[in-house]
Ligand binder design. Structure first.
Ligand SMILES: Nc1ncnc2c1ncn2[C@@H]1O[C@H](COP(=O)(O)OP(=O)(O)OP(=O)(O)O)[C@@H](O)[C@H]1O
Ligand SMILES: [Mg+2]
Length: 264
């Protein structure tokens, strides 16, 4: 697995890189917070070891950026610091860091904590592919966000249910967008348990749920369909294979105008 390192001290960077390469990690080295953020936002790095104090953007600011701008992509960030004390631990964790190590530390400790990080990010990987073609979709963004959230939540449950105790299996949620004729197409795929044949015709029905009583309302897909089809003139469909996974496909008409303003 790839690990990003950010430290403004050259000797520290080299030393950490050496430690991690020795145990088999592929290492991406950056010299400050801004470089680290540029590398992390691309989306293929899931483990990061950031020094807290760096010129320009520091480690905590990078954590905040990750938290605010990459909601769908899990990144396990370990912050390194010589700042001790509860207050600093709280600052680091609330900024979005997953873990915190006080300097000086033994290289073995860093490796052990990276293994924990690997386990966390392995459980669920989110992949995104966005078409860079410029086109405008007139929509109510908060409604479309709700649809995305609903379908991604379903995908996460389907993966968790399909794990059978989770022995070394990874679940993948892939999100992609592309232009399909006069439509913008969003696909949200999961490698979960799939939708059984007998319930396929019912999943958009109001109050239809296979989740435990009190857990699911069975309205997620009903509301999503009404937003996409009735409110936006689009379509929503799915492809599924039992035991393999499901892909939801949303199509929204592309506009010639600029964005319609959200009503809220
Ligand atoms: N990605 C998926 N993989 C497998 N089954 C799915 C998936 N998405 C939806 N389903 C099935 O469709 C049912 C209805 O989904 P829907 O989102 O409408 O309701 P819910 O998730 O059960 O409850 P909630 O109202 O909290 O969303 C789910 O209970 C589940 O059985
Ligand atoms: Mg749901």
């Amino acid at each position: 697995m790839k690990v990003l390192i950010a430290d403004d001290s050259r000797s520290m960077r080299e030393m950490r890189k050496g430690t991690l390469v020795e145990v088999g990690y592929e290492v991406v080295v950056t010299e400050d917070g801004r470089q680290a953020w540029e590398a992390l936002r691309k989306g293929d790095l899931q483990l990061a070891v950031l020094d807290w104090v760096m010129p320009g953007m520091d480690g905590v600011e990078v954590c905040r950026k990750i938290q605010s701008e990459r909601a769908f992509h899990p990144i396990h960030v370990i912050l390194l610091t010589s700042k001790e004390g509860t207050e600093n631990v709280v600052t680091a964790l609330t900024a979005g860091a997953s873990d915190y190590i006080c300097k000086p530390f033994h290289p073995e400790e860093l490796i052990a904590r990276l293994k924990v990080g690997e386990r966390n990010v392995d459980l669920q990987i989110v992949k995104t592919y966005f078409d860079t073609d410029q086109f405008t979709v007139p929509c109510f963004p908060s409604d479309i966000n709700l649809v995305m959230l609903s379908i991604i939540t379903n995908a996460a449950y389907a993966i968790a249910d399909g794990m059978n105790g989770g022995k070394g299996q990874k679940g993948i949620i892939s999100i992609s967008t592309r232009r399909a004729g006069d439509y913008a197409e969003i696909q949200i795929g999961d490698t979960g348990k799939g939708i059984p044949v007998e319930i396929r015709p019912k999943i958009f029905d109001p109050f239809f749920t296979t989740r435990e009583v009190g857990k699911g309302t069975g309205l997620g897909l009903t509301i999503s369909r009404s937003i996409v089809v009735e409110k936006h003139g689009g379509t929503i469909s799915f492809d599924t294979e039992t035991g393999k996974g499901t892909t939801f496909i949303i199509r929204l008409p592309i506009g010639t105008d600029t964005f319609v303003k959200d009503e809220r």
